[in-house]
Ligand binder design. Structure first.
Ligand code: XIL
Length: 373
């Protein structure tokens, strides 16, 4: 695939993109982009940074590239640095797609986040890991395997400022540590090992535990489990710097029922009380249960998000805000079971014609209202 978004030809592409999207929407994005009011500019005024996930294939979408350049200060790889992608066969590393995204970030002065080194759900491990490469010494072999994977990947991307080291380790229904072959053989120390290996390889990067506990009432057990995990990690002196709040809010279309704001604050108080930083790593709004009418729906999404952002950004320990993509049509949520009315979801800051939605302006206003850190 040809990468068309290097700095060299960006200007041409921006012009092409403007032509392609038509005068009105091009005006809307061009008017906001690179100017004093881009989301990253607003975020920076508060001591924050704003960014988004990007996938390799989006490098050949000039309009997506333009939005990344115009709005973002940080890029996170959506899938390209996950273990099955970087090491599809034992010892065979394929960093090309990650490298292409890293190059795009560097060419456009974007910081780079790495996602993720260990996804604690067995189905997201490489097939060859799942099918048990243990040999005669399972413990030592597994420790070596984890350590090598983490050291090798981090070593390849020394520019990464923030790593999701372990992703989604806590069961949502049980609040207990999920099991993979690593924890089955090594116990919870498998998680500790990941962070110690990451710290050794990246002494200065932010090391994050990333999960999707949220403010919805159904998330109470998940939140409690994450708190227990974080307490244990602190006690054992494991080098974890921050909790990544994935922030896939509105899960199950719960955006109509009142969220547990007080419980969310208590959770964030406890996390920060233990000395952890915070960041929003994968923000989007699942509008599954909301009305069909786009304008009404967008208003409800924006209002719901604004409440979440106001509370969450009020914590000065929070440094990055990343959305899980920028444009509705590309969102991973479009691949969930469809909405009852069959219309596409509207979870992100730009609609499928790359025009900013009410959610974009809610994010901008939340940055304006956030305390300086
Ligand atoms: C998702 C990607 O967006 C999809 O393209 C992929 O098929 C599956 O993973 N939590 C995470 C992310 O930590 O890695 C997930 O990303 C979304 C949920």
């Amino acid at each position: 695939m040809r990468i068309r978004c290097s700095r060299r030809d960006f200007i041409t592409l921006a012009a092409a993109a403007a032509a392609a999207v038509g005068a009105s929407s091009a005006g809307a994005t061009a008017g906001m982009g690179n100017g004093p009011e881009s989301l990253d500019t607003l975020a920076r005024r508060r001591g924050l940074r704003f960014g988004s996930a990007m996938s390799y294939w989006q490098l050949s979408d000039p309009r997506y590239c333009a939005l990344m350049r115009e709005q973002c200060g940080i890029l996170v790889t959506e899938n390209e640095l996950k273990w099955p992608q970087v090491e599809p066969r034992p010892g065979t590393f394929t960093f090309q797609r990650g490298d292409a995204l890293a190059r795009f970030a560097a060419d456009n002065h974007l910081l780079l986040r790495g996602h993720n080194l260990l996804w604690q759900k067995s189905r997201y491990l490489p097939d060859w890991v799942r099918s048990d490469p243990l040999g005669a010494h399972p413990r030592a072999a597994l420790e070596q395997l984890l350590r090598d994977h983490i050291t090798r990947e981090i070593g390849h991307y020394p520019q990464v400022v923030s790593w999701d080291v372990v992703n989604e380790a806590i069961g949502t229904q049980t609040g207990e540590l999920r099991q993979t072959l690593f924890t089955r053989h090594l116990g919870p120390e498998a998680i500790d090992l990941c962070y110690r290996a990451a710290r050794a390889a990246a002494p200065h990067a932010q090391l994050v535990y990333n999960d999707y506990m949220s403010w919805e009432s159904g998330s109470a057990t998940h939140r409690a489990g994450v708190l227990r995990l974080l307490e244990g990690l602190r006690k054992r002196n494991v080098p974890v710097d921050a909790l990544g709040l994935q922030s896939h809010i509105g899960s199950n279309g719960q955006t109509r029922s009142p969220p547990e704001e007080a419980a969310w604050r208590r959770f964030l108080d406890e996390v920060t009380g233990m000395g952890y930083g915070l960041l929003i790593t994968e923000f989007d709004v699942n509008d599954g249960g909301l009305p069909t009418d786009p304008a009404r729906r967008d208003r409800m999404i924006a209002d719901y998000a604004r409440r979440y952002l106001d509370i969450t950004l009020s914590y000065r320990q929070l440094d990055y805000v990343l959305t899980w993509g920028l444009v509705d049509k590309d969102s991973w949520l479009q691949r969930l079971p469809p909405r009852a009315d069959g219309t596409p979801r509207r979870p992100l800051l730009f609609d499928s014609d790359y025009r900013p939605t009410a959610l974009y302006f809610a994010m901008a206003d939340a940055f304006r209202a956030a305390p300086v850190r």
